[in-house]
Each structure stands twice: as structure tokens, then as C-alpha cells.
Design a protein around this ligand. Sequence first.
Ligand SMILES: Cc1cc2nc3c(=O)[nH]c(=O)nc-3n(C[C@H](O)[C@H](O)[C@H](O)COP(=O)(O)OP(=O)(O)OC[C@H]3O[C@@H](n4cnc5c(N)ncnc54)[C@H](O)[C@@H]3O)c2cc1C
Length: 442
Amino acid sequence: MKIAIIGGGLAGLTAAAYLSSHPEIEGTVFERSPQLGGRAFTYEKAGFTLNYGAHAVYGIDRHTLRHMEDELGITIPSKQVDKRKVMYAKNGRLTPAPLDFVNIMKTEVLTTMDKVRFVGEVAAIIGNLHQLKNYPTLGDYLDQSHAADDVKELWAHLVCSNFFITPEEARKVSGEVIADYYHNLFLSSRPVNYVLGSWAVITNQLKEKVENSGRWTISVKEPVETILQDGKQFLLNTKSRELLPFDAVIIALPVQQVVKLMESSPWEAAMIPYMDNTCTEVMVYDLGFSTIVARPFHYISDMDNKLFISDVSATDNTVAPENGQLLQGIAYLNDEFATEEERKQYLEKKSSQLEALFDQHYPNWRDHVAVKRVSKKAMVSSVKNIASNRLLPHQLPEVPFYFCGDGCEGKGELAERAFSSARIVAQQLLSQQNEKAKVSSI
Ligand SMILES: Cc1cc2nc3c(=O)[nH]c(=O)nc-3n(C[C@H](O)[C@H](O)[C@H](O)COP(=O)(O)OP(=O)(O)OC[C@H]3O[C@@H](n4cnc5c(N)ncnc54)[C@H](O)[C@@H]3O)c2cc1C
């Protein structure tokens, strides 16, 4: 069986790594860019190792990566961000983030009575007893909840920071999605981790596994432009080659690009329900300093302005030169503006708010900048997981392809959905192949 995988991001590489272990499956991964990794690619600049996108792994002990380590024989070294150095900023004051029982006791974001209430809510989520799962959205639940405003604000803020969205959007996430997500995360003993040495550690191992099989090739700088069906076969046209034959096709792209690839094809109409999905976007402000400017905490989440700063090198010192420091600022973005001018002003305001947060906690940082990268609108998740959007299933009845990526159905959020959806798709194909082998041997 010969399989084509379109897209060499986390999802495409994960699917290829699983499939490459089967002796009767061969294939090609087609990647548009010169490098692999997609939104999780890593680059080196002036001695700093910068992740373009993904940094944190949430709940790594219960994450799909754990299955991948066992099943693919890869190793993901990681380090837990020091929970005592994870802070929330509220009304200009820093206070511990309520990540665990010790921090809940210390934090000032909740009064004593609210702490009791919040601990009760955490216990109900862990026990799968929380009513939240029965509400269409978080907003619907909060509107009827008798909890104090601080507890409600904390719920919205938690969803903002794990889903990378604004509080308005957090209220639109389905109650079931949130209850499921936090059931997993509250049971984790390692809530926020960094992959030591950057996410290239993951993509390099997946790539190696694929290439070492000897049956797979990875072709970079080769975007797929169209797919044709010829009986049971699929013929791919890429930028440089025509009519490449395959028995199955996995599309591992952001949903917006899946829709584009299907334009003017027999499968265009099947994409209509997924065309209007909105994506999650953030502003990214990466800063590499030639010296350690200050290290008051390792992560600070600004509840008032919905921004955060991670001192990435405080947890992973391999990503900065000796005595250097690598910070990443992120601002969650709204996407509804009446005019282009309004949107421009909003982005400028966000950039100033991030700089003000740097000024407050890293005095004179401007004198030590060795590397700076500002990305005004980076796509975090191709489908924002709010109730009005629809994640793409792994298969559609009227379309003969498989789909995976962070805009597809799967476990977890962000990168975990890219990994988990790819793992599911690969397992489906592997079990079909094994069934075929059984039938032909009878
Ligand atoms: C700033 C930022 C911060 C983030 N932080 C986190 C985090 O802390 N934790 C976390 O879990 N996740 C995080 N994410 C999200 C994570 O990076 C993504 O969910 C994940 O990388 C998506 O992987 P994917 O394979 O689904 O898609 P992609 O990475 O988009 O991969 C798709 C690939 O397909 C290629 N392609 C496109 N069109 C074609 C074509 N026609 N032919 C061939 N190839 C094509 C693209 O070049 C790309 O390489 C972050 C993302 C960003 C941007």
C-alpha cells in the first residue's frame, strides 16, 4: 500500500512515523516549506533556539506524547515549569497562580470562601460530577452559577490561558469540552512542561523514524496542488511533479488549507460546513537578552490585559547562550473589528501592553536585546474550539481521504490535537491493512 501525506507539521510527521513501522506500507510526506515542523518549527538565531510556535506541553503525564514515546520508541525530555514561580497579575499585583493546593492557599485571586468553592469545583471536575459538562457553553454555565465573581473570572481566565483565547471567546467554549479538558489537566501531576531543547527534539525524532524505515520519503519544497481520483487510486499533482499515484491520502493541513485544496474538486461541497471556521490567533513577542536582565518569576499571566510572559530559559537553559535569557510574550487576540483601522489600533495597543509588562518586570530590557521577533498575528489553532465552530472529522462519508491536524477531532487542545488526530488516523489505516493481510492469507 502506498500512502501520500500532505503536510509535514506535527500531524503529518506523527502519522508518517506510525505508518512507517508497517512493512507493507510505503509512502511520501509532501511539505510545502523548506523545513519540517509547520507551526512547531524551531530556528537558531544569535545563539538562541527559538520555537516559532508551540512551547508548552500541558499535562505531559496524561498527554498523547506519552503514548507516542511507548509506541514509536521516541524520547521527549521535558521539565515542569516551577509552580511556585508561576504568577498571575491582577489589578497590578502579582500573586501565585492557583495551580495546585499550595498555590490555591497562597493566591490572592480568591478570597478564603472562594478558595473553598473553587476547590469544590476542582474536585467535581476530577470526579466527573461537575454540571458544567451539561451546558452548551461556559458562558451559559457562568450565567446561572451562584459562585462569586472571582471564581467566575478564574474559570474564564483558565480557559483563556489553556486555549489561547480571549475571555469573550472562552465563554463560547462548550461545557463538555472544558469539563473533559480540565478533568485530564487537574489529574495531572505535571501541568505545564517545556520540551527540553525545543520542539525540534520531537520533529527530528519523528523524521528520523520515517526516514530510517527505508520505505518512506520526505519531500520538502513540494506543495501538493491538486488531487484526482482514478478508480481506486489517487493521482497527486505537486508544484514539480504530475500524476503521482497513491492508494490512500492523508491530509494533515490546517482546515483553511484543506478547504483550499478541495476547491474545484468533486469534494468541494463536502467542505462547506467547515469553511466558516475561525482560527485562534495571538501576538507573539520573542526576546533574547545578552544577559539575565531579571528573573522574578518563570511565567506571569496578566489577568487584566490577557497577556503572558514566559521566561523560557528559566526552565530550559539550553535555549539561550550562557548568561543569556529568552522570554516569550503572548497576547490573546479578538478577531471582530468593524474596520481595518480599528484592528490596526487594537494590535498596536496589545503590543504596547506587552512592552509595558516587560518594562514592569524586566527594567532596562531594551539595553540588552540580542534577538527580537514580533509576530502580530500567529495562528495557534486552525479551528478555535468554540461551540459555533466545527472540528473536521478524520473521515467524511463522501470524501475518500483521511484528515488530521489541530483543526480535526482528537484529544486535547493545540498541538495535542495534531498528535492525537494523526495517531488515530494512522491506527485506522494500520488496522485496515492488517485486516487485508489476514483476509489474503486465508
Ligand atoms: C505562537 C504559537 C504558540 C503555540 N503554543 C503552543 C503551546 O504552547 N502548546 C501547544 O500544544 N501548542 C501550541 N501551539 C500550537 C501548535 O504549534 C499547533 O497546534 C501545531 O503545530 C499544529 O500542527 P499541524 O501539523 O496540525 O499543522 P501545521 O503545523 O500547520 O502543519 C501543516 C504543514 O503543512 C504544510 N502545507 C501547507 N499546505 C501544503 C500543501 N499544499 N502541500 C504540502 N504541504 C503543505 C505547511 O507548510 C505545514 O508545515 C502554538 C502555536 C503558535 C503559532
